[in-house]
Design a protein around this ligand. Structure first.
Ligand SMILES: Nc1ncnc2c1ncn2[C@@H]1O[C@H](COP(=O)(O)OP(=O)(O)OP(=O)(O)O)[C@@H](O)[C@H]1O
Ligand SMILES: [Mg+2]
Length: 275
Protein backbone atom coordinates (compact mmCIF):
# COMPACT_ATOMS: atom_id res chain seq x y z
CA UNK A 1 0.00 0.00 0.00
CA UNK A 2 1.36 3.52 -0.75
CA UNK A 3 2.80 5.23 2.35
CA UNK A 4 0.18 7.95 2.23
CA UNK A 5 -2.63 5.40 2.52
CA UNK A 6 -0.86 3.47 5.20
CA UNK A 7 -0.90 6.40 7.62
CA UNK A 8 -4.66 6.85 7.26
CA UNK A 9 -7.06 5.12 9.62
CA UNK A 10 -8.87 2.12 8.21
CA UNK A 11 -12.27 3.01 6.78
CA UNK A 12 -13.20 -0.66 6.69
CA UNK A 13 -11.65 -3.18 9.00
CA UNK A 14 -12.45 -6.89 8.76
CA UNK A 15 -11.14 -9.00 11.62
CA UNK A 16 -11.04 -12.78 11.79
CA UNK A 17 -14.35 -13.16 10.03
CA UNK A 18 -15.93 -16.60 9.97
CA UNK A 19 -19.07 -17.54 8.06
CA UNK A 20 -20.50 -20.93 7.17
CA UNK A 21 -23.69 -21.91 5.41
CA UNK A 22 -24.68 -25.23 6.91
CA UNK A 23 -21.60 -27.45 6.72
CA UNK A 24 -19.96 -25.23 4.11
CA UNK A 25 -17.24 -23.00 5.51
CA UNK A 26 -17.06 -19.89 3.33
CA UNK A 27 -15.14 -17.26 5.30
CA UNK A 28 -12.49 -18.85 7.43
CA UNK A 29 -10.65 -16.20 9.40
CA UNK A 30 -10.75 -13.37 6.88
CA UNK A 31 -8.92 -10.20 7.94
CA UNK A 32 -8.57 -7.17 5.71
CA UNK A 33 -8.30 -3.39 6.07
CA UNK A 34 -9.32 -0.79 3.53
CA UNK A 35 -7.87 2.69 4.09
CA UNK A 36 -9.98 5.82 3.66
CA UNK A 37 -9.78 6.88 0.03
CA UNK A 38 -8.19 3.64 -1.07
CA UNK A 39 -9.28 1.67 -4.13
CA UNK A 40 -8.97 -1.99 -3.24
CA UNK A 41 -9.48 -4.71 -5.81
CA UNK A 42 -10.41 -8.17 -4.56
CA UNK A 43 -9.65 -11.18 -6.73
CA UNK A 44 -9.97 -14.91 -6.18
CA UNK A 45 -11.51 -18.03 -7.67
CA UNK A 46 -15.21 -18.60 -8.01
CA UNK A 47 -16.86 -19.56 -4.74
CA UNK A 48 -14.02 -18.35 -2.50
CA UNK A 49 -16.29 -15.95 -0.61
CA UNK A 50 -15.76 -12.59 -2.32
CA UNK A 51 -19.44 -11.69 -2.65
CA UNK A 52 -20.11 -13.02 0.85
CA UNK A 53 -17.38 -10.70 2.16
CA UNK A 54 -18.96 -7.64 0.51
CA UNK A 55 -22.34 -8.55 1.94
CA UNK A 56 -20.83 -8.57 5.43
CA UNK A 57 -19.33 -5.13 4.91
CA UNK A 58 -22.72 -3.63 4.11
CA UNK A 59 -24.48 -5.63 6.82
CA UNK A 60 -26.58 -7.89 4.57
CA UNK A 61 -25.02 -10.95 6.22
CA UNK A 62 -24.04 -11.42 9.85
CA UNK A 63 -20.76 -13.07 10.80
CA UNK A 64 -20.71 -16.32 12.78
CA UNK A 65 -17.73 -14.80 14.56
CA UNK A 66 -15.28 -11.99 14.03
CA UNK A 67 -16.13 -8.40 13.23
CA UNK A 68 -16.47 -5.84 10.45
CA UNK A 69 -15.94 -2.23 11.44
CA UNK A 70 -16.75 0.71 9.21
CA UNK A 71 -15.55 4.08 10.54
CA UNK A 72 -14.90 2.30 13.82
CA UNK A 73 -18.47 1.02 14.17
CA UNK A 74 -19.10 -2.73 14.37
CA UNK A 75 -21.60 -3.46 11.60
CA UNK A 76 -22.93 -6.69 13.13
CA UNK A 77 -23.98 -4.80 16.27
CA UNK A 78 -26.21 -2.29 14.47
CA UNK A 79 -29.97 -2.54 14.97
CA UNK A 80 -32.50 -2.32 12.16
CA UNK A 81 -32.95 1.43 12.38
CA UNK A 82 -29.23 2.12 12.64
CA UNK A 83 -28.41 -0.08 9.70
CA UNK A 84 -30.66 1.94 7.39
CA UNK A 85 -28.75 5.06 8.31
CA UNK A 86 -25.45 3.24 8.06
CA UNK A 87 -26.18 2.12 4.50
CA UNK A 88 -26.36 5.74 3.33
CA UNK A 89 -22.59 5.70 3.28
CA UNK A 90 -22.60 3.02 0.59
CA UNK A 91 -23.24 2.57 -3.05
CA UNK A 92 -23.21 -1.00 -4.18
CA UNK A 93 -23.66 -2.70 -7.49
CA UNK A 94 -24.51 -6.34 -7.08
CA UNK A 95 -23.14 -9.15 -9.17
CA UNK A 96 -26.68 -10.17 -10.07
CA UNK A 97 -27.52 -6.65 -11.24
CA UNK A 98 -30.51 -6.36 -8.95
CA UNK A 99 -32.40 -3.60 -10.72
CA UNK A 100 -36.04 -3.13 -9.85
CA UNK A 101 -37.71 -4.85 -12.78
CA UNK A 102 -41.00 -2.99 -12.63
CA UNK A 103 -39.37 0.42 -12.40
CA UNK A 104 -38.04 2.42 -15.33
CA UNK A 105 -34.34 3.14 -15.69
CA UNK A 106 -34.97 6.70 -14.50
CA UNK A 107 -36.77 5.40 -11.41
CA UNK A 108 -34.00 2.91 -10.71
CA UNK A 109 -31.21 5.48 -10.80
CA UNK A 110 -33.30 8.11 -9.01
CA UNK A 111 -34.24 5.70 -6.22
CA UNK A 112 -31.29 6.36 -3.88
CA UNK A 113 -31.60 10.10 -4.52
CA UNK A 114 -35.28 10.16 -3.60
CA UNK A 115 -34.74 8.00 -0.57
CA UNK A 116 -31.49 9.37 0.79
CA UNK A 117 -31.28 13.01 -0.26
CA UNK A 118 -33.42 16.11 -0.20
CA UNK A 119 -32.79 16.94 -3.84
CA UNK A 120 -35.54 18.57 -5.87
CA UNK A 121 -37.08 16.80 -8.85
CA UNK A 122 -35.04 19.01 -11.17
CA UNK A 123 -31.79 18.22 -9.38
CA UNK A 124 -32.60 14.52 -9.40
CA UNK A 125 -33.35 14.70 -13.13
CA UNK A 126 -29.97 16.30 -13.77
CA UNK A 127 -28.10 13.85 -11.60
CA UNK A 128 -29.79 10.82 -13.20
CA UNK A 129 -28.83 12.11 -16.62
CA UNK A 130 -25.27 12.82 -15.47
CA UNK A 131 -24.85 9.28 -14.09
CA UNK A 132 -26.29 7.65 -17.19
CA UNK A 133 -24.03 9.83 -19.35
CA UNK A 134 -21.04 8.68 -17.34
CA UNK A 135 -21.68 5.09 -18.42
CA UNK A 136 -22.59 6.18 -21.96
CA UNK A 137 -26.28 5.39 -21.74
CA UNK A 138 -28.50 7.98 -23.30
CA UNK A 139 -32.22 8.08 -23.95
CA UNK A 140 -33.00 4.98 -21.91
CA UNK A 141 -34.70 6.74 -18.99
CA UNK A 142 -38.20 5.58 -19.80
CA UNK A 143 -37.30 1.99 -20.62
CA UNK A 144 -37.74 -0.98 -18.32
CA UNK A 145 -34.71 -3.13 -17.39
CA UNK A 146 -36.12 -6.03 -19.45
CA UNK A 147 -35.87 -3.85 -22.55
CA UNK A 148 -32.10 -3.42 -22.18
CA UNK A 149 -29.24 -5.79 -22.91
CA UNK A 150 -27.40 -7.49 -20.04
CA UNK A 151 -24.44 -5.15 -20.39
CA UNK A 152 -26.69 -2.09 -20.40
CA UNK A 153 -28.44 -3.29 -17.25
CA UNK A 154 -25.08 -3.72 -15.59
CA UNK A 155 -24.21 -0.14 -16.48
CA UNK A 156 -27.51 1.07 -15.04
CA UNK A 157 -26.67 -0.80 -11.82
CA UNK A 158 -23.36 1.02 -11.76
CA UNK A 159 -25.04 4.41 -12.37
CA UNK A 160 -27.48 3.72 -9.54
CA UNK A 161 -24.66 2.78 -7.15
CA UNK A 162 -22.83 6.07 -7.64
CA UNK A 163 -25.81 8.43 -7.97
CA UNK A 164 -25.97 9.68 -4.37
CA UNK A 165 -22.18 10.19 -4.22
CA UNK A 166 -21.58 7.69 -1.44
CA UNK A 167 -18.39 7.69 0.66
CA UNK A 168 -17.88 3.99 0.04
CA UNK A 169 -18.46 2.11 -3.19
CA UNK A 170 -18.69 -1.65 -3.37
CA UNK A 171 -18.68 -3.14 -6.85
CA UNK A 172 -19.21 -6.84 -7.37
CA UNK A 173 -17.88 -7.68 -10.82
CA UNK A 174 -18.98 -4.40 -12.41
CA UNK A 175 -17.58 -5.28 -15.83
CA UNK A 176 -18.34 -8.97 -16.26
CA UNK A 177 -20.01 -9.48 -19.60
CA UNK A 178 -19.19 -6.00 -20.88
CA UNK A 179 -17.24 -5.36 -24.07
CA UNK A 180 -13.60 -4.22 -23.66
CA UNK A 181 -14.33 -0.57 -24.42
CA UNK A 182 -17.15 -0.33 -21.86
CA UNK A 183 -14.99 -2.24 -19.37
CA UNK A 184 -12.26 0.38 -19.79
CA UNK A 185 -14.85 3.13 -19.41
CA UNK A 186 -16.20 1.74 -16.14
CA UNK A 187 -12.63 1.36 -14.91
CA UNK A 188 -11.98 5.02 -15.68
CA UNK A 189 -15.10 6.13 -13.84
CA UNK A 190 -14.02 4.14 -10.76
CA UNK A 191 -10.55 5.72 -10.84
CA UNK A 192 -12.05 9.20 -11.28
CA UNK A 193 -14.47 8.81 -8.38
CA UNK A 194 -11.63 7.60 -6.26
CA UNK A 195 -9.29 10.45 -7.22
CA UNK A 196 -11.76 13.30 -7.27
CA UNK A 197 -14.28 12.44 -4.58
CA UNK A 198 -11.81 10.46 -2.44
CA UNK A 199 -14.28 7.61 -2.38
CA UNK A 200 -13.22 4.41 -0.66
CA UNK A 201 -13.79 1.64 -3.16
CA UNK A 202 -13.80 -2.14 -3.04
CA UNK A 203 -14.12 -3.78 -6.45
CA UNK A 204 -14.38 -7.50 -7.04
CA UNK A 205 -13.26 -8.51 -10.48
CA UNK A 206 -12.03 -11.50 -12.42
CA UNK A 207 -10.55 -9.28 -15.06
CA UNK A 208 -6.87 -8.85 -14.26
CA UNK A 209 -6.44 -5.95 -16.67
CA UNK A 210 -9.17 -4.01 -14.82
CA UNK A 211 -7.69 -5.06 -11.48
CA UNK A 212 -4.31 -3.55 -12.31
CA UNK A 213 -5.91 -0.42 -13.72
CA UNK A 214 -8.39 0.24 -10.90
CA UNK A 215 -6.58 -0.86 -7.76
CA UNK A 216 -4.28 1.07 -5.44
CA UNK A 217 -3.90 -2.39 -4.00
CA UNK A 218 -4.93 -5.88 -5.02
CA UNK A 219 -6.00 -8.48 -2.47
CA UNK A 220 -6.39 -12.15 -3.28
CA UNK A 221 -8.82 -14.35 -1.40
CA UNK A 222 -8.56 -18.08 -1.35
CA UNK A 223 -10.67 -20.48 0.68
CA UNK A 224 -12.20 -17.69 2.74
CA UNK A 225 -8.94 -16.05 3.74
CA UNK A 226 -6.71 -13.28 2.51
CA UNK A 227 -3.64 -14.89 0.94
CA UNK A 228 -1.90 -11.92 -0.67
CA UNK A 229 -2.19 -8.15 -0.79
CA UNK A 230 0.04 -5.62 -2.54
CA UNK A 231 -0.01 -2.58 -4.86
CA UNK A 232 -0.45 -3.65 -8.51
CA UNK A 233 3.18 -3.56 -9.63
CA UNK A 234 4.33 -5.44 -6.57
CA UNK A 235 1.42 -7.86 -6.81
CA UNK A 236 2.55 -8.92 -10.27
CA UNK A 237 5.90 -9.99 -8.86
CA UNK A 238 4.65 -11.90 -5.80
CA UNK A 239 6.13 -15.36 -5.82
CA UNK A 240 3.11 -17.06 -4.21
CA UNK A 241 2.26 -19.75 -6.80
CA UNK A 242 -1.47 -19.19 -6.21
CA UNK A 243 -1.07 -15.55 -7.17
CA UNK A 244 0.98 -16.39 -10.25
CA UNK A 245 -1.49 -19.04 -11.38
CA UNK A 246 -4.41 -16.65 -10.98
CA UNK A 247 -2.74 -13.69 -12.69
CA UNK A 248 -1.73 -15.77 -15.67
CA UNK A 249 -4.93 -17.82 -15.78
CA UNK A 250 -3.12 -21.14 -15.86
CA UNK A 251 -5.06 -24.38 -15.68
CA UNK A 252 -2.24 -26.13 -13.80
CA UNK A 253 -1.15 -25.04 -10.34
CA UNK A 254 -1.97 -25.07 -6.66
CA UNK A 255 -5.41 -23.55 -7.18
CA UNK A 256 -6.43 -26.53 -9.32
CA UNK A 257 -4.80 -29.13 -7.07
CA UNK A 258 -7.29 -28.68 -4.29
CA UNK A 259 -10.45 -30.65 -3.72
CA UNK A 260 -13.49 -29.35 -5.51
CA UNK A 261 -11.70 -26.96 -7.82
CA UNK A 262 -11.52 -29.22 -10.88
CA UNK A 263 -15.11 -30.22 -10.61
CA UNK A 264 -16.39 -26.70 -10.17
CA UNK A 265 -15.92 -23.39 -11.84
CA UNK A 266 -13.00 -21.22 -12.78
CA UNK A 267 -12.56 -17.47 -12.61
CA UNK A 268 -14.46 -15.66 -15.28
CA UNK A 269 -16.54 -18.62 -16.29
CA UNK A 270 -20.05 -17.45 -17.08
CA UNK A 271 -22.54 -18.85 -14.56
CA UNK A 272 -25.43 -18.84 -16.92
CA UNK A 273 -25.36 -19.06 -20.70
CA UNK A 274 -25.00 -15.65 -22.25
CA UNK A 275 -24.02 -13.80 -19.09
N1 LIG B 1 -27.00 -17.07 1.22
C1 LIG B 1 -26.28 -18.17 1.02
N2 LIG B 1 -26.70 -19.39 1.44
C2 LIG B 1 -25.98 -20.50 1.26
N3 LIG B 1 -24.78 -20.51 0.65
C3 LIG B 1 -24.29 -19.36 0.20
C4 LIG B 1 -25.01 -18.13 0.35
N4 LIG B 1 -24.27 -17.15 -0.18
C5 LIG B 1 -23.15 -17.72 -0.66
N5 LIG B 1 -23.16 -19.05 -0.43
C6 LIG B 1 -22.08 -19.99 -0.77
O1 LIG B 1 -20.85 -19.44 -0.33
C7 LIG B 1 -19.80 -19.74 -1.25
C8 LIG B 1 -19.09 -18.45 -1.63
O2 LIG B 1 -19.98 -17.67 -2.39
P1 LIG B 1 -19.60 -16.25 -2.99
O3 LIG B 1 -20.81 -15.77 -3.70
O4 LIG B 1 -19.03 -15.36 -1.95
O5 LIG B 1 -18.46 -16.62 -4.03
P2 LIG B 1 -17.61 -15.64 -4.93
O6 LIG B 1 -16.19 -15.68 -4.44
O7 LIG B 1 -18.26 -14.33 -5.00
O8 LIG B 1 -17.66 -16.40 -6.34
P3 LIG B 1 -17.90 -15.83 -7.83
O9 LIG B 1 -16.54 -15.40 -8.32
O10 LIG B 1 -18.39 -17.02 -8.59
O11 LIG B 1 -18.89 -14.74 -7.76
C9 LIG B 1 -20.45 -20.46 -2.41
O12 LIG B 1 -20.23 -21.84 -2.24
C10 LIG B 1 -21.93 -20.15 -2.28
O13 LIG B 1 -22.70 -21.19 -2.75
MG1 LIG C 1 -19.32 -13.35 -6.38
Amino acid sequence: MPEVLMSKPAKISVRDLHKSFGPKVVLDGMSLDVAAGESLVVIGGSGTGKSVLLKHIIGLLRPDSGTVEVDGVAVEKLGNREITDFRRKFGMSFQEGALFDSMTIWQNVAFPLQRLTKMSRKEIDERVKECLDLVHLEGVEEKLPSQLSGGMRRRVGFARAISHRPEILLFDEPTTGLDPVTTALIGEVIVELNDELKTTTVTITHDMESAFRIGDRIAMIHRGRLVASAPPEEFRTLQDPRVQQFIHGRAEGPLSDEPGVRTGTWPGQPKTPGR
